[in-house]
Design a protein around this ligand. Structure first.
Ligand code: ZN
Length: 165
């Protein structure tokens, strides 16, 4: 049995498309102002800042998405977006929240981590037919590519995301 502590940063390998796309231009949606930035993929890991609001494009934490910003984050980001559908009254959601934030810090900038409060954004929850929470959905180019219902521990969350991107 493998202990969660053995899951070190060293094991995080970029997906094949990341290396192939090293010289490509990528669109990254700003977590602060939702502005769409265009930058070379080689600069992703250099702490890039938003051209509009000047805040970091990767802040090591999930982006809180609303109805106003959801579609832009899902469809305009050229990196996969991992979305946690949650609610304040949900115990397992609360337990998973700090792990989800840690996973964000570990896997950015290969992946964007984001959250949707299903009480406040019932339209989005309905659109994706969220039957139970927490549910985590991975989007790529606006399309759902994988879904996991129920809380995940840290190592399962990271390995599942890595297996899908
Ligand atoms: Zn910005």
């Amino acid at each position: 049995m493998r202990c969660a502590h053995s899951f070190s940063r060293i094991m995080i390998l970029p997906p094949s498309w990341y290396n192939e796309a090293m010289s490509e231009m990528l669109h990254i949606v700003c977590p602060s102002c939702a502005g769409v930035n265009r930058l070379p993929s080689s600069r992703l890991s250099e702490g890039p800042k938003c051209g509009k609001c000047k805040r970091p494009l990767f802040q090591g934490e999930p982006v809180e998405m609303t109805n106003a910003t959801f579609d832009r984050h899902i469809s305009r980001n050229d990196i996969p977006v991992v979305v946690d559908f949650w609610a304040a009254w949900c115990g397992p959601c609360k337990m998973m929240a700090p792990l989800f934030a840690r996973a964000a810090a570990q896997l950015e900038p290969l992946v964007r981590f984001a959250k949707v409060n299903t009480d406040q954004e019932q339209g989005i929850a309905g659109r994706f037919n969220i039957m139970s929470i927490p549910t985590v959905i991975i989007f790529r180019a606006g399309q759902e590519i994988a879904r996991q219902a129920g809380a995940l521990d840290m190592s399962r969350l990271v390995s599942w995301v890595q297996s899908q991107i």
